[in-house]
Design a protein around this ligand. Structure first.
Ligand code: GCU
Length: 428
């Protein structure tokens, strides 16, 4: 009896939660669909540092290292002088995942970083690799990082569970609420369709090596970068998670089932920031899907709606170099802005996912950034951004922008767009 009363009370609380968030979802402001904001600055091909205007592809090749250096010094922090990755253990979890669709292996990866003269520091994380059984030979690979531990991304009882938990478990009201608010695919992507379309999927939980918490995250970052004396430019979690994509690639490059010419980095929100960073710094990444990546991702830092540099660096002091926080309220002093990060990914295909009511992640600022990056796609001889307004999704453009109704999260409306983009660029 007592138990029943408790259950009813709990269900009522959950119902109220759904009603309140439902109302919030309806009343949140809308992303303006006509960008009338000023263009992204500095102009992407303009003179920069001591370099003149970019006129040729050779000039752009010279610009790339200068921009990467500036993004490290002013936004994300400095990457290690030397990095390593190796598989220290591997285990077959299942060869018949999802009614025989895929083979699932769990690799234990040891990653190491050396900064300056201090000996390298290492950590391990688990990388799940699922390859479609129907494909003979190698498959294109979606490489993702997610908010939830691996056993949530690819649910199977044989997948290891990290000690750190992650709060994504269960079928209960909490899991239902998370899915209701953030969409059906927030934790688990549409696995069956991914494999049926012939894609392999590799995933890891970056909190295993740099926890997504201010205290634990900062101490993991400091431990790794002991040899880096300058606190202002010490790397933040977004750079380290982006670096994690590259270390995963180091080991995946040895897998015969993976087509290294067709690796697509995928991330949502904070991991969309990391996926963009990874693609900008690692040319082995053949394409990127950055969904609702917002500030420090695809949205401009200057002249922006939504989350400001001050807000993001206050709330998440472990995400960026401390230097980025110094530009709060004086973003115009930043020597680079995010359209230049997108330009570093050119000419590789990139999809920027957005939602109309997700104003916090600034879809309009993301569109203006894509427009700002376009001249580099053009210079390098690919289509770049073909759409002139936010709604005209063109998946086969190399710089593609998608916006759907609704709020922040990964929903049934997102993956069809992701698949259209993937099929347009990565189907052989
Ligand atoms: C917060 C944060 C965003 C981030 C998002 C997420 O809203 O302010 O910058 O993108 O979390 O990762 O879901």
């Amino acid at each position: 009896m007592m138990q029943d009363a408790k259950r009813i009370r709990f269900s009522l609380i959950i119902l109220c939660f759904f009603l309140v968030t439902g109302c919030v979802r309806l009343t949140m402001s809308w992303a303006d669909l006509t960008p009338d904001r000023p263009e992204a600055t500095p102009e992407v091909l303009a003179a920069f540092d001591d370099q003149g205007r970019v006129l040729t592809t050779a000039d752009w090749q010279e610009r790339v290292p200068a921009l990467r250096q500036a993004f490290q010094e002013h936004v994300y922090g400095i990457l290690p002088d030397e990095s390593g990755a190796r598989i220290v253990d591997r285990r077959l979890v299942a060869d018949d995942l999802l009614e025989g669709r895929a083979r699932l292996e769990e690799l234990t990866v040891e990653v190491s970083a050396r900064f300056g003269e201090v000996p390298e520091r290492a950590a391990t994380f688990k990388l799940l690799l699922a390859t479609p059984n129907a494909v003979k030979g190698s498959s294109p690979l979606i490489l993702m990082e997610t908010f939830c531990p691996n056993h949530n991304t690819i649910p199977h009882e044989g997948v290891s569970r990290p000690d750190t938990g992650g709060g994504c478990d269960g079928e209960g009201p909490m899991a239902m609420a998370v899915t209701y608010v953030f969409g059906r695919y927030i934790a688990t992507p549409p696995l069956a369709e991914i494999f049926d379309r012939g894609y392999a999927l590799a995933t890891f939980y970056p909190s295993e090596f740099v926890p997504d918490q201010a205290g634990a995250g900062l101490s993991a970052l400091r431990r790794f970068s002991d040899g880096h004396s300058d606190d202002e430019t010490r790397w933040g979690a977004v750079a380290a998670w982006g670096w994690g994509f590259s270390r995963a690639l180091d080991v995946l490059a040895q897998e015969p089932t993976v087509d290294m010419a067709r690796v697509i980095a995928y991330g949502h929100s904070r991991y969309g920031k990391a996926a963009l960073f990874a693609a900008a710094f690692d040319e082995r990444i053949a394409g990127v899907i950055a969904h609702q990546s917002g500030t420090g991702g695809a949205a401009l830092s200057r002249d922006k709606a939504g989350e400001s540099v001050g807000e993001i660096t206050d709330a998440y002091p472990h995400w960026f170099a401390r230097q980025y926080a110094a530009y709060a309220g004086q973003e115009e002093k930043l020597p680079v802005d995010q359209h230049q990060l997108l330009a570093l990914i050119a000419p590789r295909p990139m999809l920027l996912g957005n939602a109309r009511r997700d104003v916090w992640s600034d879809p309009e600022g993301t569109f203006v950034a894509a427009q700002g990056a376009h001249p580099v796609y053009d210079l390098l001889g690919t289509s770049g951004l073909q759409q002139t307004d936010l709604k005209a999704f063109i998946p086969d453009a190399t710089l593609s922008f998608h916006i759907r109704p609704g709020t922040h999260g990964v929903t049934e409306d997102d993956w069809p767009a992701f698949f259209d983009f993937l099929e347009a660029h990565f189907r052989e």
